[in-house]
Design a protein around this ligand. Sequence first.
Ligand code: CAA
Length: 258
Amino acid sequence: MAYETILVEQRGAVTLMTINRPQALNALNSQVLRDLIEAFAAYDADPTQHCAVLTGNEKAFAAGADIKEMSEKDAADFFLEDFFSGWTSRVTATRKPWIAAVAGFALGGGCELAMMADFILAADTAKFGQPEIKLGVAPGMGGSQRLTRAVGKAKAMDMCLTGRMMDAVEAERASLVSRVVPAAELLDEAMKTAAAIAAMPPMAAMINKEMVNLAFETGLNQSLLTERRLFQILVATEDKKEGMAAFVEKRPGVWKGR
Ligand code: CAA
């Protein structure tokens, strides 16, 4: 399927999605949202695909929500369209794992989109920020919440109130990204990491993702109970039997996906 603003290709069991509006530093307009919602839903529904990578280009992962599009809307438009809700309710509904591979700018909605990923791999050129305050607004796609959960109050306040950018080294130190790699190696490293995840038992990957996300969504006691219940579901899968048998027999596991 062809999209207007993103490129999508399958490499083995990994879906690679590339935001493709270089003339606007990959600014996220409504068409990008529509395309990504469809592409993530197609990825989630495809039984041959087990991990995805979302990336941009070397200059920008995405420099934010599209300011030109937003400048033409008033408060009633934003409210009536429930603008941004597709990002926080649809893109984040993806059940299978996906990685954001970030080079260059990840600002405003770009930083927020990267934070929707299960984790972020950053090039040494990556720059993160929530500069919305400079436009008289604030993050609208989850940035104030996800950034605070990721880096803590002090740094999140610093970023949101000053609008400054954080480079890749600082982002790794602050646990915003899982790893930093040289820019030239970013895509290879992301695809290699995604292939390693795609080779895991698929249901276990989905449930591991759900478990980690629980830590952000529920109180500890409820999360611990849900973690145990989800673990108990995994014990019923054929891949659990195979995984443990393979360990005991000192051979690689062969996964059925159920
Ligand atoms: N929306 C629309 N267009 C954008 C854009 C954005 N967020 N960011 C960059 N562009 C466009 C520029 O307008 C420019 O287009 P023209 O050539 O037609 O003028 C093109 O991309 C290249 O940008 P620059 O010439 O500005 O490139 P630069 O290298 O000099 O600067 C930058 C790069 C520092 C990232 C600068 O472009 C910038 O500050 N961009 C805006 C960043 C921003 O404020 N993002 C937050 C948006 S609000 C938001 O995201 C709300 C939310 O929470 C969801």
